[in-house]
Write a protein of this length. Structure first.
Length: 336
C-alpha cells in the first residue's frame, strides 16, 4: 500500500484578470503544512474507491462528494498512466470549496497514489491538466510539488480568452518564483460556517464575467505589490512586510470580484476580515480564493493571542466557524 498526503494551500489572488495584458491569471499563494489530505492505494485490475472511517475533513464535509471526486480522479489517473487500476482509500479529506485547495490536492494525491501503487513515478505537473487541474491557477500544483510561497506565470491570454480550453488541453502554469517561509511563521485560518465557495460551472461563469470586465489598471497595481513588497519580503523573511503585501494584493484582487461576490470580500467574510484586522497579533488578513476561508499571518510567539482574535472576529460577524494556526509547508506531498 502507498499513502500520499499533501497540505492545503492558500490563494492570495491573481496577477492579472484583464484581456488587455499578454498573460492571464498568474496565481499567488502559499502551501500549508496542515490541514492535510491523505489517499492510499494498492494496485488492482480495476478502479474502486472507499473512505476510512475518520476521513471527514476538519470543517464540515461531504463524504459522498469526496468519494465521487476521488473515483473520477482515479479513473483519469489510470487512463493517463496506462495502468490496470487501483483500490483507492480516502484516508483524510480537506474541507471542500472553502478556499483551501481541496480539489487540486485530492486530485494530485489520488493520482500520485495510483501511480506509485502501480510502480510508476508520478509526474503531477504533466498530468494535472488531464485531471482537470491547473486550468487557471498553478499554485495548488506547485505547492503539491514543493510547498513554499509560490508565484506562477499564468497562461497566454490569446490561448484562454474568457473560456479555458477543454480539460487536458492546457499546460500547468510554470513557477516563476518560489520561496520557503520561516518555520516560526504561522498562518491563522478562520473558516466561517456558511455556503461553500464557487466551483465547477458556477465558478467558470463567474470568472468569465470577471475577466470580461476586469480593469487592466488593477493588474499594474498588483504587479507593484508583488515585486516591491511580497517577493522582497519573502526573500528577506520580513513578516510584517509580507503580511502587508498579502493584505494589499487580496484587496486589489477583491476589486475585480466585487460585482460577483457582493464586495471586496464575500459576506460574511468582510465582517470577519474587518474584525480580525483590528488585532495587533496578526497582519495580512484576507480571503483565500472564493472563501469563505480567511487567513492572517502571525508567529509562534503570538499564536494564542491570534487565535483569541480569530474567535472574537467570528463573534463580531455573528457566525460560528473553525479556527487554527498552521505552519507554512516546507516541502511538497509526502509519499510513504
Amino acid at each position: 500500500m502507498v499513502t500520499v498526503s499533501a497540505g492545503a494551500r492558500l490563494h492570495f489572488g491573481f496577477q492579472n484578470l484583464s484581456l488587455a495584458h499578454d498573460r492571464l491569471y498568474g496565481g499567488v499563494g502559499v502551501g500549508l503544512a496542515e490541514p492535510r489530505v491523505a489517499v492510499s492505494a494498492v494496485a488492482a485490475d480495476a478502479v474502486s474507491v472507499d473512505a476510512a472511517a475518520d476521513a471527514m475533513p476538519v470543517v464540515g464535509g461531504d463524504e459522498r462528494a469526496d468519494l465521487d471526486a476521488a473515483r473520477r480522479y482515479a479513473e483519469r489517473a489510470v487512463d493517463a498512466l496506462d495502468v490496470p487500476g487501483a483500490h483507492v482509500t480516502v484516508e483524510r479529506a480537506l474541507p471542500r470549496h472553502v478556499g483551501l485547495g481541496s480539489g487540486t490536492q485530492l486530485a494530485l494525491a489520488t493520482y500520485a497514489a495510483v501511480a506509485r501503487a502501480n510502480d510508476v513515478d508520478p509526474t503531477p505537473r504533466e498530468h494535472a491538466p488531464v485531471l482537470g487541474r491547473g486550468g487557471r491557477s498553478g499554485v495548488g500544483v506547485a505547492t503539491f510539488e514543493a510547498g513554499g510561497f509560490v508565484v506562477d506565470a499564468g497562461h497566454p491570454t490569446a490561448r484562454f480568452t474568457t473560456d479555458e480550453p477543454a480539460r487536458g488541453e492546457w499546460e500547468t502554469p510554470p513557477v516563476v518564483a518560489r520561496h520557503p517561509l520561516p518555520a516560526d511563521w504561522r498562518f491563522v485560518l478562520v473558516v466561517p460556517e456558511g455556503d461553500a465557495g464557487r466551483s465547477g460551472s458556477e465558478e467558470a461563469a463567474s470568472m468569465r464575467s470577471v475577466v470580461e470586465r476586469a480593469d487592466p489598471a488593477v493588474a499594474d497595481a498588483v504587479a507593484g505589490t508583488l515585486t516591491r513588497t511580497l517577493l522582497p519580503a519573502a526573500a528577506t523573511d520580513d513578516r510584517k512586510r509580507f503580511a502587508d503585501g498579502m493584505a494589499e494584493l487580496g484587496r486589489k484582487n477583491g476589486a475585480w470580484y466585487a460585482d460577483e461576490q457582493g464586495g471586496v470580500f464575500r459576506p460574511p467574510v468582510g465582517e470577519v476580515v474587518e474584525a480580525l484586522s483590528r488585532s495587533d497579533a496578526v497582519g495580512g488578513v484576507g480571503q483565500s480564493s472564493w472563501g469563505p476561508a480567511v487567513y492572517a499571518l502571525t508567529d509562534t510567539a503570538h499564536v494564542e493571542d491570534a487565535l483569541d482574535a480569530a474567535h472574537r472576529a467570528l463573534d463580531a460577524a455573528g457566525v460560528d466557524g473553525e479556527t487554527m494556526a498552521v505552519a507554512p509547508a516546507s516541502d511538497g506531498a509526502r509519499i510513504e
